[in-house]
Design a protein around this ligand. Structure first.
Ligand SMILES: [Cu+2]
Length: 181
């Protein structure tokens, strides 16, 4: 185990044990490192187009996605790889801050090489350290799974789709989303 990751995990555990109740109550829906979705578009809507995204080890097909400003797209995401993968729409900065969060989920056993412990993730929902990972801008899939996600691109943010499973982004599992007017 990497010592820095272990230190982060210990720090998290200490934080859980000592967090004041008032703070915990006020941050029940807080998720670490995911940032706000306010500026990256809007979840849901009535899709006018379907884009199939297939995830492999470790790349996407297609490698890039072009949308129109304001367009609502249904993404049908399939994991055709042999590892757990994520399809997450976000800014490059938010992807970068999401990485350590995903590493923590791996360290805590919530994400394995090819398994997702959805029970443990769901159990964390609403706690001060919510790892339930049910953000509307992301799907996390085991090998063989598929899921759809609808997103409205009413934004001019610089967006990427990416997988933040440790090592995957750096090995090329990210692509640009071009938003045309
Ligand atoms: Cu991946």
């Amino acid at each position: 185990m990497k010592s820095s990751r272990f230190a982060a995990l210990v720090a998290l555990s200490v934080g859980l044990a000592t967090a004041p109740l008032a703070f915990a109550a006020g941050s029940g829906n807080h998720s670490h490192g995911h940032g706000s979705t306010a500026s990256i578009g809007t979840p849901g809507g009535t899709p006018t187009r379907t884009v199939t995204v297939t995830m492999y080890d470790n790349y996407y097909e297609p490698e890039q996605i072009a949308v129109r400003h304001g367009e609502t797209v249904q993404f049908v995401v399939k994991n055709a790889g042999s590892f757990v993968h994520e399809f997450n729409i976000n800014t490059p900065d938010d992807h970068a801050s999401h990485g350590p969060h995903m590493q923590m989920m791996v360290d805590m056993g919530m994400i394995g090489i090819d398994k997702i412990n959805r029970t443990a993730m769901a159990a964390s929902k609403g706690t001060d350290h919510d790892m339930s990972h049910d953000e509307p801008n992301s799907v996390l899939l085991e090998p063989g799974e598929s899921r759809s996600m609808v997103w409205t691109f009413d934004t001019d943010a610089g967006l990427e789709f990416a997988c933040n499973i440790p090592g995957h982004y750096d090995s090329g599992m990210a692509g640009d989303i071009a938003i045309a007017h």
